[in-house]
Write a protein that binds this ligand. Structure first.
Ligand code: HAM
Length: 424
């Protein structure tokens, strides 16, 4: 039997309503923060990620799905959304719009990683990017946006950890100190880290090898090297977050695994879903747009992993709204063609109406009505058609009421009852 590729998952109808719910809450929150959706291609020219994400990162070195297409172009399935959104921002001159330009995306991403709980090869991100503002208020706003999504989903117990990794200038001093420390301890570093040491020592800090991790834990802290401007910026971010009642801790070990970050970086972490506990990561990237061919433009954003959000919600028992159920089941006793017409009229009015396609006995039809969880049912036989009236039965309470047998009557009856029950 052919199975789905390793590290991918089918999302079945029995689960999809949870995804729909999480995505809806995230999108509704985006509206409150004034972000608009952008859709970009699933694949891009490989060069975009090499230049944007950085060719010394794990993502680019080890995890990309890269192939040559039939025209011999190097193509990569997007491993993340930031580089693609930045490319689209440039390509469509979105910088001509008044700043800030605020975009969100809800996408599938691809990374060739070792699959485990919360780590997939195809996974889904809800992310947001804000371009054009370097002020600390932008950093606080983007972090507050991510925090609001978690709050609106009813997720509690996440810790928000923030750090500043400074600008190009402070990074120079830090890199020198880091290089010295890592060179002194280079004997046991893995082969890839030896390479990283030459090109970009900071990338050694996010190596997944336990030995490299141990060495990284004793490395100098970036916060001891950031310049006065970056320090003031970071302090202002903290002040703004406090002002918006967003709780956080400072964690100087956060450097993030992608090259484009400058200044503020942050992660929302759960302790309830195992080793892959980072549900959201993000930060400022004031050099990214320039590195892919634009004018220097500040930017900041985040992305949250939808698989991990769902794992957290399940692990802490956050309730999901019930999966939607049919509004009405139309059962027929002989009068199948009449029922069929009525069904199509009801559906045209936006009512979810079910029936038995195989036109079996009334007993089977009523069993089906129960099984699919229909809210109401109607039985249409010769008498109902003759009288042009039928009993509409509330499947939960068992109450029934005779109403005119036409689609508009049925629709308004259902809507009226739903409204009085407070459903939408
Ligand atoms: P990232 O930390 O690589 O950042 O990924 C963001 C989130 O995507 C992670 O916190 C995690 O929840 C989820 N994620 C990443 N890899 C996997 C995986 N293999 N399986 C399941 N979930 C995963 C970025 O991608 C940046 N583009 C975020 C950003 C946006 N920074 C600025 N703007």
């Amino acid at each position: 039997m052919i199975k789905a590729p390793r590290g991918t998952a089918d999302i079945l109808p029995s689960e999809i309503y949870k995804w729909d719910y999480v995505e809806k809450v995230a999108k509704d929150t985006a509206k409150c923060f004034g972000f608009s959706e952008i859709k970009t291609p699933v694949f891009e020219q490989t060069d975009l990620f090499q230049r944007g994400v950085g060719d010394t990162t794990d993502v680019v070195q080890k995890e990309m799905y890269t192939f040559s297409d039939k025209g011999d172009r190097s193509i990569t399935l997007r491993p993340e959304g930031t580089a693609s959104a930045a490319r689209a921002y440039l390509e469509h001159s979105l910088y001509a719009l008044p700043a800030p330009v605020k975009l969100f995306y809800d996408i599938a991403c691809y990374r060739y990683e070792k699959p485990q709980a919360g780590r997939m090869r195809e996974f889904h991100q809800f992310g947001a990017e804000m371009y054009g503002n370097a002020e600390a208020a932008a950093d606080a706003e983007i972090i507050a946006f991510a925090a609001a999504i978690f709050k609106n989903l009813g997720i509690t117990g996440l810790s928000l950890n923030i750090n500043s990794i400074g600008c190009k200038e402070c990074r120079k001093n830090y890199n020198d100190a880091l290089l010295k420390y890592l060179t002194d301890n280079s004997e046991n570093l893995c082969e890839t880290c030896h390479e990283r040491l030459k090109k970009n020592p900071m990338r050694v800090l996010d190596c997944k090898s336990p030995i490299c991790k141990g060495i990284a834990s004793g490395a100098p802290s970036i916060l001891d090297f950031i310049c006065d401007d970056c320090k003031a910026h970071f302090e202002e971010v903290q002040r703004r977050l406090r002002n918006m009642d967003v709780e956080f801790s400072i964690d100087p070990s956060i450097v993030r695994g992608l090259d484009y970050y400058t200044r503020t970086v942050f992660e929302f972490v759960s302790t309830t879903i195992g080793a892959q506990g980072t549900v959201c990561g993000g930060g400022r990237y004031d050099n990214l747009i320039e590195s892919i061919g634009g004018k220097p433009t500040p930017g900041i954003g985040f992305a949250m992993g939808l698989e991990r959000i769902l794992l957290v919600m399940e692990s802490i028992g956050v309730p999901f709204p019930e999966s939607p159920k049919p509004d009405i089941y139309i059962a027929a006793l002989g009068q199948f063609e009449f029922a069929e017409k009525l069904l199509s009229e009801l559906r045209a009015k936006g009512i979810w109406a079910e029936r038995d396609i195989s036109e079996r006995s009334l007993k089977v039809q009523m069993k089906n009505a129960d099984r699919c969880g229909a809210k109401f049912s109607v039985v249409i036989g010769d008498d109902e058609v003759k009288e042009a009236k039928a009993a509409i039965k509330n499947m939960q309470s068992g109450e029934a009421q005779k109403i005119d047998l036409n689609a508009e009557e049925i629709r308004s009856y259902i809507k009226k009852l739903e409204e009085s029950n407070g459903n939408d």
